[in-house]
Design a protein. Structure first.
Lengths: 112, 113
């Protein structure tokens, strides 16, 4: 099965700084690379995703970059705000089976 | 649209009891799945379904059964609850095909004593 590692497990940044979270995976068949945000006591929600034929995708302050050769993809958040504080999960998936394998999560804290 | 709904929100069971967690979606999604989330961990896939009448096992299926008689509903049954099944359970749904967002329900917090 897929092995997914996410680093760091905790990350504290000052408001306005950037944050980067990295996800490595083992299955070369993975072709879908989403990032989910989960606030305390809430459900996970998709914030950005990328497919294997694209190297980078941006959505306002959030971006995802993919290196398929090295089997890793990263979440980049610029100009962080206190409301960005949450747990972020990567969840690489493959094919039409829709199976996602979640990383263990990164607790991001944005300090005012 | 209500999206993905789950009932109950909270449940306390005694060891050995059985129960069914309910999940429903009104988006006509083919794919539905159940995950469990333990403290400090990511979500682990229990069972999934790619359409009515079709189910398959995920990473941690032992102790759980599912069925998919309709597109809308995907109940999760705990046959004989154990303390190790204390967790938060999330149901999710999506269209099939590559790269389609999975929508999660609000979760059920289950405690087994």
């Amino acid at each position: 099965g897929e092995n997914v590692e996410q680093h760091p497990s905790t990350l504290s940044v000052q408001e306005g700084d950037s944050a980067v979270i990295k996800c490595t995976y083992s299955d070369s068949a993975s072709n879908y690379f989403p990032w989910y945000k989960q606030e305390l006591g809430k459900r996970p929600q998709l914030i950005i995703d990328i497919r294997s034929n694209v190297g980078e995708k941006k959505d306002q302050r959030i971006a995802v970059t993919l290196n398929k050769t090295a089997k890793h993809f990263s979440l980049h958040i610029t100009e962080t705000q206190p409301e960005d504080s949450a747990v972020y999960f990567c969840a690489p998936g493959s094919g039409s089976a829709r199976q996602l394998t979640f990383g263990s999560g990164t607790q991001l804290t944005v300090l005012p | 649209n209500a999206g993905v709904t789950q009932t109950p929100k909270f449940q306390v069971l005694k060891t050995g009891q059985s129960m069914t967690l309910q999940c429903a979606q009104d988006m006509n999604h083919e794919y539905m799945s159940w995950y469990r989330q333990d403290p400090g961990m990511g979500l682990r896939l229990i069972h999934y379904s790619v359409g009515a009448g079709i189910t398959d096992q995920g990473e941690v299926p032992n102790g759980y059964n599912v069925s998919r008689s309709t597109t809308e509903d995907f109940p999760l049954r705990l046959l004989s609850a154990a303390p190790s099944q204390t967790s938060v359970y999330f149901c999710a749904s999506s269209w099939t095909g590559e790269g389609n967002e999975q929508f999660f329900g609000p979760g059920t917090r289950l405690t087994v004593l």
